[in-house]
Design a protein around this ligand. Sequence first.
Ligand code: GDP
Length: 332
Amino acid sequence: MKHVEALAAGVRAGRRRDIGRAITLVESALPDHRAQARALLRILRDEPAPGVRVGITGVPGAGKSTFIDALGVRLIDEGHKVAVLAIDPSSSRTGGSILGDRTRMAQLAASDHAYIRPSPSGGHLGGVARATRETMLIVEAAGYDVVIVETVGVGQSEVAVAGMVDTFLMLTLARAGDQLQGIKRGILEMVDVIAVNKADGDGEGEARVAARELTMAMRLITSDPDARRPPVLTSSSLTGKGLAEVWQAVLDHRTWLETSGGGLEERRATQQISWLWALVEGELGDALRRAPSVRTLRAGLEADVAAGDLSALEASGQILRALAHDLPGMLT
Ligand code: GDP
């Protein structure tokens, strides 16, 4: 594993090529790559406490990439190093990756202090989430103290992002139609800060009205009077107005977590426990797909179940027994 040590050293030194190679390694699902990735992450784990981890969600066109571009450049001017990652399981289906695309963040992409990585393509959400989470550890080890994880408002990927960031920011638009219908309620329950975006020109007044309406609507989301309510702000990446306030709200949320909100450490600890089980389930799922005897049985069992010759319960028992037989040799 000597080259893993060299790779870890390169990552720590902030060398782009090594960061890219390390990310490619954690994105791979091949068993020997997984073993190397584990070794790499074991070395990198001894890094100092990471900086800020922020998730950003919003429907396509909400202005996420323009916002991240404008905000990222400001943060770099303040001395931060900014990494932008993405979770977009759909990108594998639609072909090209959209989220985390460098061309969508031209200013940021030009900076030496930014690292932009599109969503890993291919595979199921669990695999994409695992790769992104491990990529986060790599960029943090490389000195990126602000990590932004971008996703798109479809539900499941938000759950994955919420499980890896400290603060979740949602960008929405004044004309997102009926505010609460346009946005899935489940997503609203996950977000910590909301910004009604494109609050400029003719849209500024409308954005303010929408922000007020959303503030009131958020009161209805939870019946607990003591619960923290996400602040609703307005922002424009074109004029820059509101960007500083949105960032401040992100930092305030983090301070709240550290002080009264049940604790940043606790949030991260809870995330680690969920993560532990996600990893176990992910590995088991992969083993199930790869197990030779399961593969042999599969087509026949499916046909029997479809034809009604075998019950699903009976077939599942056969598959699990086959998996149990192959498993000892598969888990490293
Ligand atoms: P994304 O799909 O959420 O990443 O959205 P984009 O950042 O690609 O923006 C979608 C469109 O909205 C683009 O045409 C942008 O130029 C425009 N846009 C983004 N931010 C703003 C803003 O703050 N104000 C206005 N007026 N337009 C914006």
